[in-house]
Design a protein around this ligand. Structure first.
Ligand code: CP3
Length: 356
């Protein structure tokens, strides 16, 4: 079908038979790699690194050179969209992301531009450059935040623990929040389609903060907009299907509903039981996940037994099943790269037993 040398990841997402379980790692390019820290220092700050095509390409490839991973992921950030909408994203050393002009009232929402794709050409340039550098070895994942997750940062102005501001907006002025989510939906669709046209072969929607919502609010303010995004995406490019993965952290209560939103795969966080998840979604979608990132801080033997436990919990593959091994959330900066090697090797070695 494709001219990819390794299409194991795409096949698993489309629930086609493979001879083993593919693996990539959320946040696989990052501070746990000394070579990343080196380049990051030379770039100055994180955003300059994202905006420099050559350096963004280089850091995307760093984990691929070290580990035999089955996919690369664009090096960028989900907060490029609010930045392009004029909120002024910045990172102070050692702190999370912050906005100079967070959303504080509904008239600000009314004024937000949605035609911002030209301001994000540094992202599509990076996609083209990475795709070229990969030379059809493994597929490239493009990504975006979900409208809901982007709105949490835009209203809180930074990372949050209690989400007081966004939840106040949700319950005090839901119309204004829907207006914001509608605008973000338009920008996310344009952004993801532009990534596909530049060479992204798989898309992941990060709904990092969907799990903080009540049942009703999740369906109305998060999943509803994820579905609208997926409805607007290019389904096939260059005669290839473009699979979409939805990762809602804390999304376990809504697995069945997420499986009906038009996605090809669901990313599971580590709190999920992957066997139970498979039973709930059947062969409708593939599953991605879900090792606790903290396990990478333990020992190689613990990592190996955890890999076996997860593979075993997913169980034997059949003609319509798909599992992509991953962590349940991003890898942390304190992980020893040797442990990542052990993880990737263990998945490759042990998973063949589950594919006939
Ligand atoms: O997975 C990859 O390797 C691709 C790169 C990637 C980054 N951010 C690079 C990054 C991806 C896919 C993201 C997504 C992202 N960004 C999410 C969703 C995924 C998730 O983790 O839930 C969120 C919520 C953000 C927003 C964001 N960007 C935060 C909260 C932070 C601070 C995190 C921290 O650990 O300090 C960032 C900065 C960021 N994005 C870094 C990297 C490598 C660290 C920057 C640095 O100091 O070098």
């Amino acid at each position: 079908m494709s001219n990819l040398k390794n299409d194991c990841f795409i096949k698993a997402l489309l629930r086609e038979p493979t001879n083993r379980t593919p693996i990539w790692i959320m946040r696989q390019a990052g501070r746990y790699l000394p070579e990343y820290r080196e380049i990051r220092k030379s770039a100055g700050d994180f955003l300059s690194l994202c905006k420099n095509t050559e350096l963004a390409t280089e850091v995307t490839l760093q984990p691929i050179r070290r580990f035999p991973l089955d996919a690369a992921i664009l090096f960028s950030d989900i907060l490029t969209i609010p930045d392009a909408m004029g909120l002024g994203l910045y990172f102070n050393e050692g702190e999370g992301p912050k906005f100079e002009s967070p959303i504080t009232n509904s008239s600000q929402i009314d004024k937000l531009p949605t035609n911002i794709i030209d301001d994000l050409s540094y992202v599509t340039d990076a996609v083209s450059s990475i795709r070229k550098a990969l030379d059809n070895s493994i597929p490239l994942i493009g990504f975006s935040g979900s409208p809901w997750t982007l709105s949490t940062y835009m209203v809180e102005g930074q990372s949050s623990k209690e989400f007081k501001k966004i939840k106040s907006l949700l319950y005090k002025d839901p119309i204004a929040l829907h207006n914001l989510l509608d605008k973000l939906t338009i920008t996310v669709i344009d952004y993801l389609n532009a990534q596909v046209e530049s060479g992204a072969q798989v898309l992941q929607i990060f709904d990092t903060w969907g799990g903080i919502l009540s049942d009703d609010a999740y369906l109305n303010f998060s999943l509803r907009y994820i579905k609208k995004v997926i409805d607007g995406l290019i389904k096939e490019y260059d005669n290839q299907k473009v699979p979409v993965i939805v990762f809602t952290k804390g999304g376990y209560p809504w697995l069945k509903k997420i499986s009906e939103c038009g996605c090809d795969a669901i990313g599971l966080d580590w709190s999920s039981n992957i066997r139970d998840a498979r039973e709930q979604v059947g062969s409708k979608v593939a599953l991605q996940g879900n090792m606790d990132p903290s396990i990478l801080r333990s020992s190689i033997s613990t990592i190996e037994s955890e890999v076996q436990r997860i593979l075993n919990s997913f169980g034997q593959h059949d003609a319509n099943s798909g599992h992509v091994f991953n962590l349940g959330h991003g890898i942390t900066p304190d992980v020893d790269p040797k442990h990542v090697s052990a993880l990737v090797e263990a998945v490759k070695k042990f998973s063949t037993d589950f594919h006939s």
